[in-house]
Design a protein around this ligand. Sequence first.
Ligand code: PA5
Length: 436
Amino acid sequence: MIESCGIRLDFTGTEGFLLPAEVDAMEPAVAAAAAELAGGTSPGADFLGWLDLPSRITDDELAAIEAEAERVREFADAWVVVGIGGSYLGARAVLEALGGPADGAPEILFAGTGLCSASLQDTLRRLEGKEFGVGIISKSGTTLEPAVAFRMLRALLVEKHAGAGAARRITAITDQARGALRTLTDQEGYHAFVIPDDVGGRFSVLTPVGLVPLAVAGVDVRGLVKGAREMQKVCDTAPLRENPAHLYAAVRHGLYGKGFPVEVMSSFHSGLRQLQEWWKQLFGESEGKGGAGIFPASTVYTTDLHSLGQYLQDGRRELQETFLVARSAVGDLKVPVDPDGRDLDGLDYLAGRSLDEINWKAFEGTRNAHLEGGVPCTTIEIDKVTPETVGALIYLFEKAVAVSGRLLGVNPFDQPGVETYKREMFRLLGKPGAGS
Ligand code: PA5
């Protein structure tokens, strides 16, 4: 058991599959990976800006983000975050983990996360009759999905607001010099924030990419950064056994070597679903290269115990499971006493007990069952889901995937495979210069 910043990691459920001595033997490799990162000598070294980002963010930068959020809140009932992959998943993950926008903040909608017209139509319908603003987020400034959604939303704003009215309702977060979005931003005079050159999309939640939408939603972004900063301090210096990111990286990598190439992150809280989605992107895009990598999957229990539970318990024994659980969840409903006192539904043994307690027992029971079924289990337990603990968790995972990727021998900071579908799609769409 290791504890930092309100987060406990328990690896006892992996010890029957990977001996503690085998983990200890990985210390030199982990230290070498960490040293490469710290020294800027790892592959992808141009994208290491996230490593000390929490401690580098200045008060002025946070104040500028908060001021933009204040400005948006003055005119918007709803704010549409337009972005895909690393340009929206982090903000959405934090927002949902914390229970959604604060009272008085605009409703936050997401668009440009795909090319499905039904989904965009639904968003447009939800904007009818509302005063809305748009946050367009794209590092490259050329990604098709957000660009198409933005064109539609921009058209709507221009139709509704004459002159500079539309531009005033748009906040652009993009590269400082490159891309079509940068050109548009400069020409139209949008309020704008820069995505640092040395931070890739999936590592960018603590840049304006994540912080602007979260501030608009009324999230305490200073708390988020504070938590990340504390975790950065621990992960920078602590030896393997006291370093949550390094230890998690070592254990999952060790299990991979023992024939567990799929990692399922399981939670018991629907509010953590988007955090699992963010984690999947972070790990999948960073590690899945050159025919290698742990495949990241996710489940939300107990719902998925009634769909995927059978496979987890009894299917191919190649899964390692990481439980992400929160000890005190937000709601606290209790099972009532039987209204007619007859206990015909047989639930009297639960009367007066909270759903959170029952859910916790479901977690403990599931972990025991999966262990018994031959699944190595790691548990990441958060005391309470707060901006600070979520910030700490974000940094923990970012550092872990960087170390884990290096243990695997890949460049954790590029995504060459993503280009292949784009090339094919653009060729089929007849994009100028895309080949035929
Ligand atoms: O992590 C990444 O780099 C990707 O997921 C990108 O964030 C995603 O493809 C969107 O790219 P962009 O911000 O350039 O539109």
